[in-house]
Design a protein around this ligand. Structure first.
Ligand code: FAD
Ligand code: NAD
Length: 521
């Protein structure tokens, strides 16, 4: 659908463009990059054919616009004329045409719900679907109504998509100096990675992840609070306490006004991404084209990115919001895996390759220390339990596809006692492209469970190691079970064609779907 896949615009010479099956299914014509699209939208051209007029669109009207040269699509109640965008869509015209003249919201969400199509397509907006608008949240007037709504007893309609018994609830109480909000998740095993809190000005947002669901507390607080807040989690009973420090020692009559999605419980994938602004505090070179960016979370944010998950960064580039995913790493590879390491949770480290003609990475590289960038909540399908049940872990990484392996290595070698072997096969173009080579070699010397192999696709002169691209013969040797009944997990990450080919080879070698985890967006 209307996606801007991260690997969307490979250079004409790149290996990505040559490969079939990557997400950029249809090579874009020259002059049809995202930057070209942004330029066109700013040119003042009438993109809808309506000269800037917005209309109400009925279903019948929408259905009439179902041809390439006249194609309207509805996303979340808004109708866009996507005909001018066809040639710029990295997924190809056919992909867009699947939703021609219909509601494409589901199709869009399946592919890349994080892409900000509102910004990308704002000049293509035809209008709204002619349906009754959803009622705005009711203003709270009386104290009893307020109590009812802000003491966890929400009207039925607010409890979405899950059985009522499992819906978390909350309560709050106060002392002279503190406000404590207690959330009862009704689930055991809630940990710090499942609690995401932000408090900006008086706006408090607390999201608790409960399996594939998300519970949200979203309140405009009655009075100001200090920036630092505390979070206490009682894992065994699934209770989360948010402790806010009052700015003034006044008695709060109410907690605050509920915001639109307050006290809702819904599928995680249905919840929009939330961003907070983080400060760039350092930028250090990793290789000739890759840098380690260190971002500082606001003091009033509680966010831990789980192993194997990514975040989205958002920047305004030439007036358009552009969003790309990145996988946080650690500041370095810890070499002492005896104790669970206690990493600082105020910073997010990102290892990012700067492409010479990359839209997003060029803008990122121009950021100065002290500048701010928006960072989303984490996403991703990887579950730690996949490693916890394994005896042998094989990691196949290519280029910056190494990034999810960093936290994975740390977790596997520190916390998974049943793992006998952890092997990394790291594919790069040249020796100069290998990320953290020294650290990986040190780790292999230090921990006998760990082994690393470097494979170069464009080696120069005296490289004595392995060379080539991912292949069945390379893999069959590398991912061999050491025992016939060994429980293995194979994680793979890199350019889309690399990952797709790897998954196919592993399938052909007899590995089951459960034994292979491909990292994708
Ligand atoms: P674009 O404007 O999309 O591309 C412009 C030019 O850059 C292309 O013409 C080409 O020359 C070059 N280019 C871009 N991508 C490639 C490629 N893959 N191979 C060859 N040439 C290319 N990247 C990181 O550096 N670190 C991460 O931690 C990271 N995590 C990711 C996590 C996920 C889940 C996904 C899907 C991708 C991740 N990426 C990561 C890739 C990242 O999202 C962007 O795709 C990348 O930074 C390029 O963005 P861009 O806008 O600068 O390039
Ligand atoms: P790169 O272009 O420098 O290539 C590194 C190696 O990948 C090459 O040496 C080669 O062995 C292999 N490779 C490249 N193109 C291939 C192809 N067409 N077929 C088979 N193998 C191929 O890599 P890069 O520029 O560092 O790109 C890294 C990729 O990893 C990006 O596409 C990025 O989006 C992706 N990535 C994904 C995630 C995720 O979680 N999904 C995380 C980080 C990076």
């Amino acid at each position: 659908m209307l996606n801007v896949p991260p690997q969307a615009f490979p250079a004409p010479s790149s290996q990505q463009r040559a490969a079939a099956g990557g997400r950029a299914k249809v090579p874009l014509k020259p002059g049809r990059s995202l930057m070209d699209w942004i330029r066109l939208t700013k040119s003042g051209k009438d993109m809808t054919g309506l000269k800037g007029r917005l209309i109400e669109v009925t279903e019948d009207e929408l259905a009439k616009h179902n041809k390439k040269e006249d194609c309207w699509i509805c996303i979340r109640g808004f109708v866009y004329n996507v005909t001018p965008y066809m040639e710029y869509h990295p997924g190809g015209e056919d992909e867009l045409m699947k939703a021609a003249g219909t509601d494409g919201t589901d199709l869009f969400d399946q592919v890349h719900r994080w892409v900000n199509y509102e910004s990308m397509l704002k000049e293509c907006l035809v209008g709204r679907m002619a349906v009754k608008p959803i009622a705005a949240p009711k203003e709270i007037t009386s104290v009893s109504e307020e109590k009812k709504q802000l003491n966890g007893m929400l009207p039925e309609k607010k409890v979405l998509g899950a059985s009522k018994d499992l819906t978390p609830s909350y309560d709050w109480f106060q002392t002279d100096s503190l406000i404590t909000i207690a959330i009862y998740t009704k689930q055991k095993g809630i940990n710090a990675e499942l609690v995401i809190l932000d408090c900006e000005e008086k706006r408090l947002r607390g999201e608790i992840i409960v399996d594939d669901y998300s519970y949200l507390l979203e309140v405009d607080l009655n009075h100001a609070v200090q920036e630092d807040m505390a979070v206490n989690i009682a894992e065994k009973v699934g209770k989360v306490e948010i402790i806010l420090k009052k700015k003034d020692t006044v008695h709060w009559k109410i907690l605050g006004q509920p915001l639109e999605n307050h006290n809702t419980f819904m599928k995680r994938t249905d919840r929009g991404l939330f961003y907070r602004k983080c400060k760039l505090v350092s930028k250090t070179e990793v290789t000739h084209d890759t840098k380690l960016f260190c971002l500082l979370l606001p003091e009033s944010t509680h966010l831990r990115v789980p192993t194997g998950q990514h975040v989205y960064l958002k920047q305004i580039i030439a007036g358009t919001e552009v969003v790309k995913p990145y996988t946080p790493v650690l500041p370095f590879l810890p070499l002492d895996f005896q104790e669970p390491s206690c990493h600082d949770s105020a910073h997010i480290y990102l290892m990012i390759k700067i492409y010479s003609c990359g839209l997003f990475t060029q803008a990122l590289d121009r950021l100065q220390i002290g500048d701010y960038i928006s960072v989303s909540n984490p996403e991703g399908s990887f579950k730690k339990s996949q490693v916890q049940n394994s005896e042998e872990l094989f990691l196949l990484a290519a280029g910056t596809g190494f990034t999810p392996m960093v936290k994975l290595l740390n977790f596997a070698l520190t916390e998974v006692s049943c793992l006998r072997t952890v092997k990394l096969m790291f594919f790069n173009r040249t020796e100069d492209d290998i990320l953290w080579r020294n650290q990986l070699e040190q780790l292999a010397l230090k921990d006998e469970r760990f082994e690393v192999q470097f494979i170069l696709s464009q080696p120069v002169r005296d490289w004595v190691g392995k060379q080539g691209m991912i292949s069945s013969s390379l893999l069959s040797e590398f991912v061999k079970r050491s025992r016939k009944d060994s429980k293995v997990l194979i994680c793979i990450c890199g350019p889309a064609p690399f990952t797709e080919q790897g998954v196919q080879y592993l399938k052909d070698l007899g590995y089951s779907q459960e034994e292979v985890h491909p990292f994708t967006a």
